[in-house]
Design a protein around this ligand. Structure first.
Ligand SMILES: Cc1ncc(COP(=O)(O)O)c(C=O)c1O
Length: 430
């Protein structure tokens, strides 16, 4: 499994990240606490750039902001030369407030509301990734009224099945996302008839937490084949966007190859097949989310109680859980956990770590082996940077945790802890 680039365990067994001890972070900012390591985020962006630089230089990267969208995080990825994948007006708003160049923004989604399309046109974003004919029509009408042309990619369903969890699989034929291949002839006709649409290219996303570079090679191959159909009808494919989905190592059994391995396979297919299919060295676009921020994040929890049920199990309850990290209850997602100040202890005991929320499924770790914990111990969960905060809720009316960014021995608050006032700010008492 992977730790943040700056994570360390001192000889006393205390975990540090970004040069700051987890105990100090918990003391200063409270728990539960999301901590993001700036160096890891920057390093991941650079790894992508470097890997593709030699293999296929005409590549650009957009960060899938659904993984974690906050002003400071978006500023960092933009500084690293990444554009942005957004899938809502809220993500657009956050991006604009973070100072992201609208030209670099791609708008995704299988049901973009008309007012969010308007907001995106007003912001002059770079690309709409059109998912269906209704959206094409709406976008064309709005752009026509404004006397503008909207640049589009179309999301296609390549029918490639990535080996990952069923719930986070989107590229197979039976999917709510994208145009089925049988719909391509009609789509081409409609694009050609749409006066305010500028066709730029094609897009697909085959799933998440993918470890097989071959899945992307297959997807690229299918997209080139489909792209040839557009080209034949006079629609030049200038961009092929293969989506996100490269996996990360949450636990020891997760063993994704390095980014270069993906770059090598994807570039090989593009170089070999694109020209033959009549596509003139299209720009390649990737939109990673999890692999940019996932490993950079940790969550710190404080233990509240330890309950021994003789002959059955030991339950440890922490002060967070399914609210700040819904992935375990949603997908059975697994993580690595360590005791913050006893990370080197050899003696381990089987314990089940539960959250504080009113769902018996709110279990973060079942039967995990860690040193025996007691009230007030701190637990550190690794790899929580992606799809934790962004999927968090206010279940049980509990305020969402704060987030800090660490670097070079300093910790900066980048999201304030919610307050009770925040919880009722939209409530109206009758
Ligand atoms: C269209 C699209 N692009 C990119 C991503 C990012 O995927 P990941 O975070 O697995 O890289 C997603 C995730 O759901 C997506 O739906």
């Amino acid at each position: 499994m992977s730790f943040p680039a700056t994570a360390k365990i001192t000889k006393e067994g205390i975990i540090e990240i970004g040069g700051v001890s987890v105990e100090v972070l918990a003391e200063k900012f409270g728990t539960p606490l999301y901590v993001m390591d700036e160096q890891t985020i920057r390093q991941k962006c650079r790894e992508y750039r470097l890997a593709f630089q030699n293999k296929y230089p005409n590549t650009s990267f957009i960060y899938a902001s659904k993984a974690l969208s906050t002003l400071s995080i978006l500023k960092i990825v933009a500084e690293e030369g990444f554009g942005l994948d957004i899938s809502s007006g809220g993500e657009l708003y956050t991006a604009l407030k973070a100072g992201v160049d609208p030209e670099t923004i791609y708008f995704h989604g299988n049901n973009k509301p008309a007012d969010e399309i308007t907001e995106a046109l007003e912001a002059k974003i770079g690309r709409f990734v059109v998912d269906n004919l209704e959206e094409l029509n709406e976008l064309n009408m709005q752009a026509l009224k404004r006397g503008e042309k909207a640049n589009i990619l179309v999301r296609l369903n390549p029918g490639v099945e990535a080996h990952t969890h069923e719930f986070i699989q989107t590229g197979k034929i039976d999917s709510k996302f994208g145009f089925p291949q049988s719909g391509i002839p009609e789509l081409i006709k409609k694009i050609k008839a749409a006066k305010a649409i500028n066709f730029v290219g094609i897009h697909a996303h085959i799933g998440s937490q993918i470890f097989e570079a071959d899945s992307f090679a297959k997807e690229t191959d299918v997209l080139i084949e489909l792209g040839a159909k557009f080209k034949k009808e006079g629609l030049e494919v200038k961009e092929i966007n293969i989506g996100g989905g490269i996996g990360i190592s949450y636990v020891d059994s997760d063993d994704p190859p390095p980014i270069e391995a993906f770059a090598e396979k994807i570039a090989a297919v593009l170089i070999e097949k694109a020209e033959a299919a009549g596509l003139d060295t299209p720009k390649l676009v990737l939109e990673p989310g999890r692999s940019i921020v996932g490993e950079a994040g940790i969550t710190i929890y404080r233990v509240g109680s330890v309950k021994h049920i003789p002959g059955i199990r030991t339950y440890v309850s922490v002060d967070g859980g399914m609210l700040d990290n819904p992935r375990p209850i949603l997908y059975g997602a697994q993580y690595k956990v360590l005791v913050a100040n006893r990370a080197l202890d050899e003696e381990k005991h089987k314990q089940t770590i539960g959250g504080r929320f009113c769902e018996s499924g709110d279990i973060l770790f079942k039967d995990v082996h860690i040193p025996m914990v007691k009230k007030d111990d701190l637990l550190v969960v690794f790899c929580t940077g992606a799809y934790g905060y962004s999927m968090a809720s206010n279940y049980n009316r509990v305020p969402r945790p704060a987030m800090v960014l660490v670097n070079d021995g300093k910790a900066k608050l980048i999201i304030k802890r919610e307050t009770y006032q925040d919880l009722i700010k939209n409530d109206i008492l009758i």
